[in-house]
Write a protein that binds this ligand. Structure first.
Ligand code: ADP
Ligand code: MG
Length: 607
Protein backbone atom coordinates (compact mmCIF):
# COMPACT_ATOMS: atom_id res chain seq x y z
CA UNK A 1 0.00 0.00 0.00
CA UNK A 2 1.22 3.45 -0.93
CA UNK A 3 2.36 5.62 1.95
CA UNK A 4 -0.19 8.26 1.00
CA UNK A 5 -2.93 5.63 1.09
CA UNK A 6 -1.94 4.94 4.64
CA UNK A 7 -2.57 8.56 5.54
CA UNK A 8 -6.15 8.01 4.48
CA UNK A 9 -6.21 9.56 1.02
CA UNK A 10 -8.64 8.26 -1.56
CA UNK A 11 -7.50 6.49 -4.72
CA UNK A 12 -7.83 9.35 -7.14
CA UNK A 13 -5.76 11.61 -4.90
CA UNK A 14 -3.11 8.95 -4.41
CA UNK A 15 -3.05 8.63 -8.18
CA UNK A 16 -2.33 12.38 -8.45
CA UNK A 17 0.42 12.03 -5.85
CA UNK A 18 1.98 9.28 -7.91
CA UNK A 19 1.65 11.33 -11.09
CA UNK A 20 3.48 14.14 -9.33
CA UNK A 21 6.26 11.76 -8.37
CA UNK A 22 5.91 12.15 -4.61
CA UNK A 23 7.02 8.89 -3.04
CA UNK A 24 6.82 9.47 0.67
CA UNK A 25 4.89 12.09 2.59
CA UNK A 26 6.90 14.88 4.15
CA UNK A 27 6.82 15.25 7.91
CA UNK A 28 4.20 17.97 7.94
CA UNK A 29 2.04 15.96 5.55
CA UNK A 30 2.40 12.85 7.66
CA UNK A 31 1.33 14.73 10.75
CA UNK A 32 -1.51 16.83 9.40
CA UNK A 33 -3.23 14.86 6.65
CA UNK A 34 -4.63 12.08 8.89
CA UNK A 35 -5.63 14.65 11.51
CA UNK A 36 -7.50 16.81 9.06
CA UNK A 37 -9.16 13.87 7.31
CA UNK A 38 -10.39 12.31 10.47
CA UNK A 39 -12.15 15.20 12.12
CA UNK A 40 -13.23 18.75 11.50
CA UNK A 41 -10.69 20.48 13.68
CA UNK A 42 -8.92 23.81 13.80
CA UNK A 43 -5.20 23.46 13.22
CA UNK A 44 -2.03 25.48 13.68
CA UNK A 45 0.93 23.99 11.80
CA UNK A 46 4.43 25.40 12.04
CA UNK A 47 6.87 24.31 9.39
CA UNK A 48 9.64 25.95 7.43
CA UNK A 49 9.40 26.88 3.79
CA UNK A 50 9.71 24.00 1.36
CA UNK A 51 8.37 21.33 3.70
CA UNK A 52 5.32 20.58 1.57
CA UNK A 53 2.65 22.54 3.37
CA UNK A 54 0.49 23.04 0.29
CA UNK A 55 -0.16 19.33 -0.02
CA UNK A 56 -0.64 19.10 3.74
CA UNK A 57 -3.78 21.20 3.55
CA UNK A 58 -4.54 20.73 -0.15
CA UNK A 59 -5.20 16.99 -0.14
CA UNK A 60 -7.46 16.96 2.91
CA UNK A 61 -9.42 19.87 1.52
CA UNK A 62 -9.85 18.15 -1.84
CA UNK A 63 -10.99 14.96 -0.20
CA UNK A 64 -13.46 16.65 2.11
CA UNK A 65 -15.26 19.03 -0.21
CA UNK A 66 -18.23 17.99 -2.31
CA UNK A 67 -17.17 18.15 -5.94
CA UNK A 68 -20.73 17.71 -7.16
CA UNK A 69 -21.76 20.93 -5.52
CA UNK A 70 -20.90 24.28 -7.05
CA UNK A 71 -20.89 26.09 -3.75
CA UNK A 72 -17.61 27.61 -2.59
CA UNK A 73 -16.50 25.38 0.25
CA UNK A 74 -12.81 26.07 0.67
CA UNK A 75 -10.95 29.38 0.95
CA UNK A 76 -7.18 29.61 0.97
CA UNK A 77 -5.62 32.98 1.82
CA UNK A 78 -2.01 33.61 0.91
CA UNK A 79 0.14 36.74 1.12
CA UNK A 80 1.24 37.35 -2.46
CA UNK A 81 0.02 37.02 -6.00
CA UNK A 82 2.89 34.65 -6.82
CA UNK A 83 2.03 32.31 -3.97
CA UNK A 84 -1.63 32.53 -4.81
CA UNK A 85 -0.97 31.39 -8.36
CA UNK A 86 1.45 28.74 -7.21
CA UNK A 87 -1.04 27.25 -4.77
CA UNK A 88 -3.82 27.34 -7.36
CA UNK A 89 -1.61 25.49 -9.74
CA UNK A 90 -0.67 22.85 -7.16
CA UNK A 91 -4.30 22.38 -6.17
CA UNK A 92 -5.24 21.79 -9.77
CA UNK A 93 -2.50 19.18 -10.08
CA UNK A 94 -3.53 17.46 -6.84
CA UNK A 95 -7.14 17.45 -8.03
CA UNK A 96 -6.55 16.49 -11.61
CA UNK A 97 -8.57 13.29 -11.22
CA UNK A 98 -11.45 15.07 -9.46
CA UNK A 99 -14.03 15.52 -12.21
CA UNK A 100 -15.78 18.88 -12.05
CA UNK A 101 -13.29 20.52 -9.72
CA UNK A 102 -12.95 24.24 -10.12
CA UNK A 103 -10.16 26.08 -8.30
CA UNK A 104 -10.11 29.84 -8.83
CA UNK A 105 -7.33 32.30 -8.07
CA UNK A 106 -8.24 35.77 -6.88
CA UNK A 107 -5.48 38.36 -6.71
CA UNK A 108 -4.80 41.98 -7.44
CA UNK A 109 -3.42 43.39 -10.66
CA UNK A 110 -5.65 41.34 -12.95
CA UNK A 111 -9.19 41.77 -14.23
CA UNK A 112 -11.67 41.55 -11.40
CA UNK A 113 -14.52 40.83 -13.82
CA UNK A 114 -12.73 37.82 -15.26
CA UNK A 115 -12.11 36.50 -11.78
CA UNK A 116 -15.76 37.10 -10.85
CA UNK A 117 -16.83 35.15 -13.92
CA UNK A 118 -14.70 32.20 -12.95
CA UNK A 119 -16.12 32.24 -9.44
CA UNK A 120 -19.61 32.34 -10.85
CA UNK A 121 -19.02 29.19 -12.83
CA UNK A 122 -18.94 27.47 -9.47
CA UNK A 123 -15.58 27.48 -7.73
CA UNK A 124 -15.50 24.94 -4.93
CA UNK A 125 -12.13 26.33 -3.85
CA UNK A 126 -10.93 29.91 -3.96
CA UNK A 127 -7.27 30.79 -3.48
CA UNK A 128 -6.93 34.48 -2.75
CA UNK A 129 -4.76 37.35 -1.61
CA UNK A 130 -6.45 39.28 1.21
CA UNK A 131 -6.68 42.67 -0.51
CA UNK A 132 -8.48 41.52 -3.65
CA UNK A 133 -10.62 39.10 -1.70
CA UNK A 134 -11.91 41.89 0.52
CA UNK A 135 -12.62 43.93 -2.56
CA UNK A 136 -14.61 41.13 -4.18
CA UNK A 137 -16.60 40.56 -1.02
CA UNK A 138 -17.55 44.21 -0.72
CA UNK A 139 -18.69 44.18 -4.34
CA UNK A 140 -20.62 40.98 -3.70
CA UNK A 141 -18.72 39.14 -6.40
CA UNK A 142 -18.03 36.16 -4.16
CA UNK A 143 -20.02 34.33 -1.58
CA UNK A 144 -18.03 32.71 1.19
CA UNK A 145 -20.91 32.38 3.61
CA UNK A 146 -20.98 28.61 3.18
CA UNK A 147 -17.33 27.71 3.29
CA UNK A 148 -16.34 24.81 5.47
CA UNK A 149 -12.58 25.11 5.35
CA UNK A 150 -10.45 28.24 5.59
CA UNK A 151 -6.68 28.07 5.22
CA UNK A 152 -4.35 30.88 6.27
CA UNK A 153 -1.16 30.05 4.44
CA UNK A 154 2.13 31.76 5.35
CA UNK A 155 0.25 33.45 8.16
CA UNK A 156 3.33 35.18 9.57
CA UNK A 157 4.10 36.70 6.21
CA UNK A 158 0.51 37.87 5.72
CA UNK A 159 0.60 39.62 9.06
CA UNK A 160 4.01 41.08 8.35
CA UNK A 161 2.49 42.60 5.28
CA UNK A 162 -0.22 44.24 7.30
CA UNK A 163 -3.16 42.05 6.32
CA UNK A 164 -4.50 41.58 9.82
CA UNK A 165 -7.52 43.79 9.28
CA UNK A 166 -8.30 42.37 5.86
CA UNK A 167 -8.16 38.84 7.21
CA UNK A 168 -10.44 39.78 10.08
CA UNK A 169 -12.87 41.37 7.67
CA UNK A 170 -12.82 38.40 5.29
CA UNK A 171 -13.31 35.83 8.02
CA UNK A 172 -16.25 37.77 9.41
CA UNK A 173 -18.09 36.79 6.23
CA UNK A 174 -17.54 33.08 6.83
CA UNK A 175 -19.60 30.77 9.00
CA UNK A 176 -18.57 30.26 12.60
CA UNK A 177 -18.60 26.51 12.39
CA UNK A 178 -16.04 26.20 9.59
CA UNK A 179 -12.63 24.66 10.26
CA UNK A 180 -9.64 26.97 10.13
CA UNK A 181 -6.19 25.69 9.29
CA UNK A 182 -3.28 28.02 9.82
CA UNK A 183 0.16 27.37 8.33
CA UNK A 184 3.18 29.43 9.20
CA UNK A 185 6.97 29.25 9.31
CA UNK A 186 7.19 31.20 12.55
CA UNK A 187 4.87 31.91 15.42
CA UNK A 188 5.13 35.60 16.28
CA UNK A 189 2.68 37.18 18.69
CA UNK A 190 0.39 38.33 15.90
CA UNK A 191 -0.03 34.79 14.65
CA UNK A 192 -0.96 33.48 18.08
CA UNK A 193 -3.37 36.37 18.31
CA UNK A 194 -5.03 35.29 15.07
CA UNK A 195 -5.13 31.73 16.34
CA UNK A 196 -6.79 32.87 19.53
CA UNK A 197 -9.22 35.14 17.78
CA UNK A 198 -10.41 32.93 14.98
CA UNK A 199 -9.81 29.41 16.10
CA UNK A 200 -11.44 27.08 18.48
CA UNK A 201 -8.97 25.15 20.58
CA UNK A 202 -6.67 24.45 17.64
CA UNK A 203 -4.50 21.36 17.44
CA UNK A 204 -0.87 22.30 17.11
CA UNK A 205 1.63 20.58 14.88
CA UNK A 206 5.28 21.57 14.78
CA UNK A 207 7.71 20.17 12.31
CA UNK A 208 11.46 20.03 12.45
CA UNK A 209 13.74 21.32 15.10
CA UNK A 210 12.48 24.57 16.28
CA UNK A 211 14.98 27.33 16.58
CA UNK A 212 18.16 25.47 17.18
CA UNK A 213 20.76 28.10 16.58
CA UNK A 214 24.03 27.52 14.82
CA UNK A 215 26.83 26.01 16.87
CA UNK A 216 29.23 28.55 15.46
CA UNK A 217 27.53 31.58 16.91
CA UNK A 218 28.32 32.98 20.33
CA UNK A 219 25.86 35.26 22.01
CA UNK A 220 26.75 38.37 23.98
CA UNK A 221 24.74 41.07 25.62
CA UNK A 222 25.55 44.60 26.70
CA UNK A 223 23.55 46.30 29.40
CA UNK A 224 23.24 50.03 28.85
CA UNK A 225 20.91 52.86 29.74
CA UNK A 226 18.08 53.06 27.22
CA UNK A 227 19.29 56.45 26.11
CA UNK A 228 22.81 55.24 25.42
CA UNK A 229 21.87 52.65 22.86
CA UNK A 230 23.26 54.46 19.88
CA UNK A 231 26.52 55.39 21.62
CA UNK A 232 26.93 51.76 22.61
CA UNK A 233 26.41 50.68 19.02
CA UNK A 234 29.14 53.03 17.86
CA UNK A 235 31.54 51.71 20.45
CA UNK A 236 30.88 48.14 19.45
CA UNK A 237 31.68 49.11 15.88
CA UNK A 238 34.77 51.09 16.89
CA UNK A 239 36.03 48.19 18.96
CA UNK A 240 35.74 45.91 15.93
CA UNK A 241 37.42 47.72 13.07
CA UNK A 242 36.92 44.82 10.67
CA UNK A 243 33.24 44.47 11.45
CA UNK A 244 30.95 43.26 8.68
CA UNK A 245 27.55 43.24 10.23
CA UNK A 246 23.81 43.32 10.09
CA UNK A 247 22.20 45.55 12.70
CA UNK A 248 18.58 44.80 13.43
CA UNK A 249 16.06 47.40 14.49
CA UNK A 250 12.38 46.83 15.17
CA UNK A 251 10.83 49.47 12.95
CA UNK A 252 11.49 50.95 9.55
CA UNK A 253 11.81 54.35 11.13
CA UNK A 254 14.49 53.31 13.58
CA UNK A 255 16.28 51.42 10.86
CA UNK A 256 16.42 54.48 8.68
CA UNK A 257 17.46 56.74 11.51
CA UNK A 258 20.22 54.56 12.87
CA UNK A 259 21.64 54.12 9.39
CA UNK A 260 21.51 57.82 8.65
CA UNK A 261 23.21 58.65 11.90
CA UNK A 262 25.94 56.09 11.33
CA UNK A 263 26.59 57.52 7.89
CA UNK A 264 26.65 60.99 9.32
CA UNK A 265 29.18 59.81 11.89
CA UNK A 266 31.37 58.50 9.16
CA UNK A 267 30.66 54.77 9.18
CA UNK A 268 30.18 52.67 6.09
CA UNK A 269 26.53 52.02 6.78
CA UNK A 270 23.35 51.47 4.81
CA UNK A 271 19.66 50.92 5.50
CA UNK A 272 17.47 48.09 4.30
CA UNK A 273 13.75 48.27 4.92
CA UNK A 274 10.41 48.13 3.21
CA UNK A 275 10.05 51.84 2.53
CA UNK A 276 12.93 51.73 0.09
CA UNK A 277 12.20 51.01 -3.54
CA UNK A 278 13.23 47.66 -4.95
CA UNK A 279 15.97 49.44 -6.84
CA UNK A 280 17.33 51.12 -3.74
CA UNK A 281 17.34 47.83 -1.92
CA UNK A 282 19.23 46.19 -4.75
CA UNK A 283 21.84 48.94 -4.64
CA UNK A 284 22.27 48.56 -0.88
CA UNK A 285 22.57 44.80 -1.10
CA UNK A 286 25.10 45.05 -3.88
CA UNK A 287 27.25 47.41 -1.82
CA UNK A 288 26.90 45.17 1.18
CA UNK A 289 27.98 42.09 -0.72
CA UNK A 290 30.92 44.07 -2.07
CA UNK A 291 31.69 45.03 1.55
CA UNK A 292 31.52 48.71 0.78
CA UNK A 293 28.88 48.73 3.46
CA UNK A 294 30.24 47.37 6.73
CA UNK A 295 27.12 47.94 8.77
CA UNK A 296 23.80 47.07 7.21
CA UNK A 297 20.94 48.33 9.34
CA UNK A 298 17.83 46.29 8.58
CA UNK A 299 14.34 45.35 9.62
CA UNK A 300 13.56 41.69 10.11
CA UNK A 301 11.25 41.54 7.14
CA UNK A 302 13.69 43.21 4.76
CA UNK A 303 16.55 41.03 5.92
CA UNK A 304 14.67 37.83 5.22
CA UNK A 305 16.38 37.21 1.95
CA UNK A 306 19.88 38.17 3.02
CA UNK A 307 22.21 35.39 2.18
CA UNK A 308 25.76 36.64 2.73
CA UNK A 309 28.39 34.32 4.12
CA UNK A 310 31.05 36.34 5.89
CA UNK A 311 28.99 38.35 8.34
CA UNK A 312 31.11 38.70 11.48
CA UNK A 313 28.55 40.26 13.80
CA UNK A 314 24.81 40.43 14.11
CA UNK A 315 23.86 43.30 16.36
CA UNK A 316 20.43 43.43 17.91
CA UNK A 317 20.07 47.17 18.32
CA UNK A 318 16.70 46.36 19.77
CA UNK A 319 15.42 42.93 20.67
CA UNK A 320 12.66 41.61 18.44
CA UNK A 321 9.08 41.40 19.68
CA UNK A 322 9.17 37.68 19.30
CA UNK A 323 11.97 35.67 20.75
CA UNK A 324 11.91 33.25 17.86
CA UNK A 325 12.92 36.01 15.50
CA UNK A 326 16.15 36.25 17.44
CA UNK A 327 17.13 32.88 16.03
CA UNK A 328 16.55 34.08 12.50
CA UNK A 329 18.66 37.14 13.20
CA UNK A 330 21.58 35.37 14.77
CA UNK A 331 21.50 32.78 12.01
CA UNK A 332 22.78 35.44 9.63
CA UNK A 333 26.24 34.96 11.06
CA UNK A 334 28.28 31.83 11.74
CA UNK A 335 27.65 30.49 8.28
CA UNK A 336 29.73 28.36 6.00
CA UNK A 337 31.86 27.00 8.81
CA UNK A 338 32.87 30.41 10.10
CA UNK A 339 32.30 31.68 13.59
CA UNK A 340 30.12 34.66 14.34
CA UNK A 341 28.97 36.79 17.22
CA UNK A 342 25.44 37.84 17.92
CA UNK A 343 25.37 40.91 20.13
CA UNK A 344 22.39 42.34 21.93
CA UNK A 345 22.17 45.84 23.31
CA UNK A 346 19.68 45.80 26.16
CA UNK A 347 18.40 48.16 28.75
CA UNK A 348 17.55 46.96 32.22
CA UNK A 349 13.92 46.32 31.52
CA UNK A 350 14.84 43.90 28.75
CA UNK A 351 17.29 41.74 30.62
CA UNK A 352 14.64 39.19 31.47
CA UNK A 353 14.12 38.66 27.74
CA UNK A 354 17.71 37.43 27.52
CA UNK A 355 16.79 34.62 29.89
CA UNK A 356 13.85 33.59 27.72
CA UNK A 357 16.04 33.59 24.64
CA UNK A 358 18.59 31.42 26.41
CA UNK A 359 15.89 28.89 27.11
CA UNK A 360 14.83 28.76 23.48
CA UNK A 361 18.25 28.67 21.85
CA UNK A 362 19.60 26.50 24.64
CA UNK A 363 22.76 28.48 24.84
CA UNK A 364 24.01 30.96 27.35
CA UNK A 365 24.69 34.59 26.71
CA UNK A 366 27.94 36.12 27.84
CA UNK A 367 27.42 39.41 29.60
CA UNK A 368 29.99 41.81 28.22
CA UNK A 369 30.99 45.33 29.07
CA UNK A 370 30.69 48.02 26.46
CA UNK A 371 34.33 48.78 25.66
CA UNK A 372 35.72 51.87 27.32
CA UNK A 373 37.11 54.74 25.32
CA UNK A 374 40.66 53.70 26.09
CA UNK A 375 40.06 50.12 25.05
CA UNK A 376 38.76 51.37 21.75
CA UNK A 377 41.76 53.63 21.28
CA UNK A 378 44.00 50.64 21.84
CA UNK A 379 42.10 48.45 19.40
CA UNK A 380 42.10 51.15 16.77
CA UNK A 381 45.78 51.76 17.22
CA UNK A 382 46.65 48.11 16.85
CA UNK A 383 44.38 47.76 13.84
CA UNK A 384 46.10 50.70 12.22
CA UNK A 385 49.51 49.24 13.00
CA UNK A 386 48.72 45.96 11.37
CA UNK A 387 47.09 47.71 8.43
CA UNK A 388 50.23 49.78 7.89
CA UNK A 389 52.38 46.72 8.35
CA UNK A 390 50.47 44.91 5.64
CA UNK A 391 50.16 47.84 3.27
CA UNK A 392 51.86 47.47 -0.06
CA UNK A 393 54.07 50.38 -0.91
CA UNK A 394 52.70 52.61 -3.60
CA UNK A 395 55.67 53.81 -5.61
CA UNK A 396 53.78 56.79 -6.89
CA UNK A 397 55.02 58.49 -3.75
CA UNK A 398 58.69 58.05 -4.73
CA UNK A 399 59.13 61.51 -6.28
CA UNK A 400 58.05 63.15 -3.05
CA UNK A 401 60.13 61.04 -0.73
CA UNK A 402 63.17 63.28 -0.84
CA UNK A 403 61.26 66.20 0.58
CA UNK A 404 59.62 64.06 3.18
CA UNK A 405 62.90 62.47 4.17
CA UNK A 406 64.58 65.78 4.63
CA UNK A 407 61.72 66.96 6.79
CA UNK A 408 62.25 63.96 9.06
CA UNK A 409 66.04 63.99 8.94
CA UNK A 410 66.42 64.59 12.62
CA UNK A 411 63.63 62.31 13.70
CA UNK A 412 64.47 58.81 14.85
CA UNK A 413 62.47 55.81 13.67
CA UNK A 414 61.14 55.40 17.15
CA UNK A 415 60.00 58.98 17.31
CA UNK A 416 58.57 58.86 13.82
CA UNK A 417 56.43 55.90 14.68
CA UNK A 418 55.18 57.65 17.76
CA UNK A 419 54.31 60.76 15.85
CA UNK A 420 52.70 58.86 13.04
CA UNK A 421 50.44 56.87 15.27
CA UNK A 422 49.61 59.85 17.38
CA UNK A 423 47.83 61.33 14.40
CA UNK A 424 45.28 58.55 14.49
CA UNK A 425 45.35 57.88 18.15
CA UNK A 426 44.76 61.47 19.16
CA UNK A 427 41.63 61.62 17.11
CA UNK A 428 40.03 58.70 18.92
CA UNK A 429 41.62 59.70 22.18
CA UNK A 430 40.24 63.22 22.12
CA UNK A 431 36.85 61.91 21.24
CA UNK A 432 36.71 59.29 23.90
CA UNK A 433 38.67 60.88 26.76
CA UNK A 434 35.69 62.74 28.15
CA UNK A 435 33.11 60.06 27.63
CA UNK A 436 31.45 58.18 30.39
CA UNK A 437 31.14 54.54 31.16
CA UNK A 438 28.12 53.32 29.20
CA UNK A 439 27.65 50.18 31.18
CA UNK A 440 24.48 50.29 33.14
CA UNK A 441 24.78 49.26 36.77
CA UNK A 442 23.51 45.74 36.70
CA UNK A 443 20.58 44.14 38.43
CA UNK A 444 20.41 44.64 42.12
CA UNK A 445 21.03 48.34 42.08
CA UNK A 446 18.01 50.57 42.25
CA UNK A 447 15.99 50.30 39.12
CA UNK A 448 14.15 53.50 39.74
CA UNK A 449 16.87 55.77 38.57
CA UNK A 450 14.63 57.38 36.02
CA UNK A 451 12.13 58.33 38.66
CA UNK A 452 14.91 59.91 40.64
CA UNK A 453 16.23 61.83 37.75
CA UNK A 454 15.21 65.46 38.07
CA UNK A 455 15.44 65.77 34.36
CA UNK A 456 12.77 63.17 33.82
CA UNK A 457 8.98 63.23 34.10
CA UNK A 458 6.90 60.17 34.94
CA UNK A 459 3.42 59.85 33.50
CA UNK A 460 0.33 57.81 34.17
CA UNK A 461 -1.81 56.74 31.20
CA UNK A 462 -5.16 55.01 31.41
CA UNK A 463 -4.51 52.22 28.93
CA UNK A 464 -2.94 48.92 29.78
CA UNK A 465 -2.52 45.29 28.93
CA UNK A 466 -6.24 44.68 28.76
CA UNK A 467 -6.31 47.16 25.90
CA UNK A 468 -3.79 45.02 24.11
CA UNK A 469 -0.64 46.91 25.03
CA UNK A 470 2.60 45.51 26.26
CA UNK A 471 5.51 47.79 27.00
CA UNK A 472 6.89 47.67 23.49
CA UNK A 473 3.55 48.39 21.87
CA UNK A 474 2.86 51.22 24.26
CA UNK A 475 6.27 52.68 23.65
CA UNK A 476 5.75 52.52 19.91
CA UNK A 477 2.31 54.05 20.24
CA UNK A 478 3.60 56.94 22.35
CA UNK A 479 6.57 57.54 20.14
CA UNK A 480 4.48 57.59 17.02
CA UNK A 481 1.58 59.67 18.28
CA UNK A 482 3.85 62.13 20.06
CA UNK A 483 6.38 62.12 17.26
CA UNK A 484 9.24 61.50 19.62
CA UNK A 485 12.53 59.78 18.99
CA UNK A 486 13.60 56.29 19.79
CA UNK A 487 14.34 56.18 23.52
CA UNK A 488 12.64 59.47 24.28
CA UNK A 489 9.99 57.38 25.94
CA UNK A 490 11.43 55.06 28.54
CA UNK A 491 10.70 53.19 31.74
CA UNK A 492 7.43 51.96 30.29
CA UNK A 493 5.60 49.85 32.82
CA UNK A 494 2.30 48.37 31.68
CA UNK A 495 -0.27 47.22 34.21
CA UNK A 496 -3.67 45.70 33.63
CA UNK A 497 -5.73 48.79 32.90
CA UNK A 498 -3.14 51.55 33.11
CA UNK A 499 0.54 52.14 32.59
CA UNK A 500 3.43 54.42 33.42
CA UNK A 501 6.15 55.90 31.30
CA UNK A 502 8.85 58.53 31.45
CA UNK A 503 10.08 61.24 29.15
CA UNK A 504 12.61 63.95 29.72
CA UNK A 505 11.22 67.09 31.29
CA UNK A 506 11.79 68.81 27.99
CA UNK A 507 8.88 66.83 26.53
CA UNK A 508 6.57 67.15 29.50
CA UNK A 509 4.47 70.05 28.26
CA UNK A 510 4.13 68.50 24.85
CA UNK A 511 2.96 65.18 26.24
CA UNK A 512 0.39 66.75 28.53
CA UNK A 513 -0.87 69.07 25.89
CA UNK A 514 -1.16 66.35 23.31
CA UNK A 515 -3.27 64.16 25.51
CA UNK A 516 -5.65 66.91 26.50
CA UNK A 517 -9.00 65.79 25.09
CA UNK A 518 -7.31 63.01 23.17
CA UNK A 519 -9.74 60.35 22.03
CA UNK A 520 -9.01 56.97 20.55
CA UNK A 521 -11.76 54.67 19.36
CA UNK A 522 -14.26 56.94 21.04
CA UNK A 523 -12.54 56.77 24.36
CA UNK A 524 -10.66 59.47 26.22
CA UNK A 525 -7.06 58.67 26.82
CA UNK A 526 -5.92 60.37 29.94
CA UNK A 527 -2.31 61.16 30.75
CA UNK A 528 -1.17 62.68 34.00
CA UNK A 529 2.06 63.36 35.79
CA UNK A 530 2.59 60.96 38.65
CA UNK A 531 4.39 61.52 41.91
CA UNK A 532 8.03 60.74 41.73
CA UNK A 533 8.93 57.73 43.75
CA UNK A 534 12.17 59.12 45.05
CA UNK A 535 12.62 59.73 48.72
CA UNK A 536 12.30 63.25 50.07
CA UNK A 537 12.19 64.72 46.68
CA UNK A 538 8.63 65.85 46.25
CA UNK A 539 9.36 69.41 45.67
CA UNK A 540 6.47 70.88 43.73
CA UNK A 541 6.78 70.80 40.00
CA UNK A 542 6.12 67.28 38.93
CA UNK A 543 3.68 66.25 41.63
CA UNK A 544 -0.07 66.41 41.62
CA UNK A 545 -2.52 66.80 38.84
CA UNK A 546 -2.33 69.46 36.33
CA UNK A 547 -5.15 71.91 36.28
CA UNK A 548 -7.03 72.56 33.10
CA UNK A 549 -5.51 71.95 29.73
CA UNK A 550 -3.85 73.99 27.11
CA UNK A 551 -6.09 73.05 24.24
CA UNK A 552 -5.26 71.31 21.05
CA UNK A 553 -2.41 71.38 18.68
CA UNK A 554 0.99 70.75 20.08
CA UNK A 555 2.78 67.88 18.54
CA UNK A 556 0.36 67.02 15.83
CA UNK A 557 0.74 68.08 12.27
CA UNK A 558 4.31 69.05 12.64
CA UNK A 559 6.50 69.09 9.62
CA UNK A 560 7.90 65.82 8.42
CA UNK A 561 10.52 64.88 10.90
CA UNK A 562 11.92 62.08 8.87
CA UNK A 563 13.57 64.69 6.71
CA UNK A 564 17.27 65.01 7.14
CA UNK A 565 18.92 63.04 9.83
CA UNK A 566 18.55 65.25 12.81
CA UNK A 567 16.85 62.45 14.69
CA UNK A 568 19.74 61.26 16.72
CA UNK A 569 21.65 64.43 16.87
CA UNK A 570 19.24 65.88 19.33
CA UNK A 571 20.00 62.97 21.60
CA UNK A 572 21.79 64.06 24.69
CA UNK A 573 20.82 67.65 24.30
CA UNK A 574 19.95 69.22 27.59
CA UNK A 575 21.23 66.24 29.47
CA UNK A 576 24.53 65.71 31.18
CA UNK A 577 27.40 67.27 29.37
CA UNK A 578 28.04 64.19 27.41
CA UNK A 579 30.71 64.90 24.89
CA UNK A 580 30.06 61.59 23.17
CA UNK A 581 26.74 62.69 21.83
CA UNK A 582 27.62 66.25 21.06
CA UNK A 583 31.10 66.18 19.63
CA UNK A 584 31.92 64.82 16.25
CA UNK A 585 32.60 61.19 15.93
CA UNK A 586 36.23 60.17 15.56
CA UNK A 587 35.18 58.27 12.50
CA UNK A 588 34.87 61.53 10.70
CA UNK A 589 38.17 61.38 9.00
CA UNK A 590 38.93 60.69 5.42
CA UNK A 591 39.90 57.07 6.11
CA UNK A 592 36.51 56.19 7.40
CA UNK A 593 34.27 58.07 5.03
CA UNK A 594 31.76 55.84 3.31
CA UNK A 595 33.19 54.70 0.07
CA UNK A 596 30.00 53.91 -1.70
CA UNK A 597 28.21 57.15 -0.98
CA UNK A 598 24.94 57.50 0.78
CA UNK A 599 22.88 54.36 0.54
CA UNK A 600 20.28 54.95 3.06
CA UNK A 601 17.91 57.56 1.77
CA UNK A 602 14.43 56.35 1.14
CA UNK A 603 12.89 56.86 -2.25
CA UNK A 604 13.49 60.44 -3.21
CA UNK A 605 17.07 61.12 -2.34
CA UNK A 606 18.44 64.55 -1.90
CA UNK A 607 19.96 64.48 -5.27
P1 ADP B 1 5.87 24.97 1.56
O1 ADP B 1 4.50 25.51 1.31
O2 ADP B 1 5.99 24.24 2.85
O3 ADP B 1 6.94 26.00 1.39
P2 ADP B 1 5.37 23.52 -0.86
O4 ADP B 1 4.04 22.98 -0.53
O5 ADP B 1 5.42 24.70 -1.75
O6 ADP B 1 6.17 23.86 0.47
O7 ADP B 1 6.27 22.34 -1.43
C1 ADP B 1 7.58 22.52 -1.85
C2 ADP B 1 7.91 21.61 -3.00
O8 ADP B 1 7.97 20.26 -2.57
C3 ADP B 1 6.88 21.66 -4.13
O9 ADP B 1 7.55 21.68 -5.35
C4 ADP B 1 6.09 20.38 -3.94
O10 ADP B 1 5.58 19.94 -5.17
C5 ADP B 1 7.14 19.44 -3.39
N1 ADP B 1 6.58 18.38 -2.53
C6 ADP B 1 5.60 18.52 -1.63
N2 ADP B 1 5.36 17.34 -0.99
C7 ADP B 1 6.24 16.45 -1.50
C8 ADP B 1 6.50 15.06 -1.24
N3 ADP B 1 5.81 14.37 -0.33
N4 ADP B 1 7.47 14.44 -1.95
C9 ADP B 1 8.18 15.14 -2.86
N5 ADP B 1 7.99 16.44 -3.15
C10 ADP B 1 7.03 17.11 -2.47
MG1 MG C 1 3.65 27.27 0.96
Amino acid sequence: MNAFHKLGLEDHLVQAVTDLGFETPSEVQEKTIPLLLEEDIDLVALAQTGTGKTAAFGFPMLQKIDINSRTTQGLILSPTRELCLQITNEMKLYGKHCKGLNVTAIYGGASITDQAKQVKRGAQIIVATPGRMKDMISRRLVDISKIEYAVLDEADEMLNMGFFEDITEILSHTPDDKSTWLFSATMPKEVSLIAKKFMDNPTEVTVGHKNMGSKNVSHEYFLVGARDRYQALKRLADANPEIFSVIFCRTKRDTQKVAEQLIEDGYNAGALHGDLSQNQRDVVMKSFRAKQIQMLVATDVAARGIDVDDITHVINYQLPDEIEIYTHRSGRTGRAGKTGISMVIVSKSEVRKIKSIERIIQKEFIKKEVPSGMEICEVQLKALASKIHDTEINHEIDPYLNDINSLFEDVSKDELIKKFFSVEFTRFFNYYKKTKDLNSPSEGSRSDDYAQDDNSARFFINIGSKDGYDWMKLKDFLRDTLQLNQDDVYKVDVKDSFAFFNTDNAHKAKVLEFFTDFKQDGRFINVEITEKKSRDRNRGGGGGRRSGGGGYGGGRGRSDRSKGSSGFRSEGKGRRSDSESSSRSPRRSSDFKPKGGDFSRPRKSRR
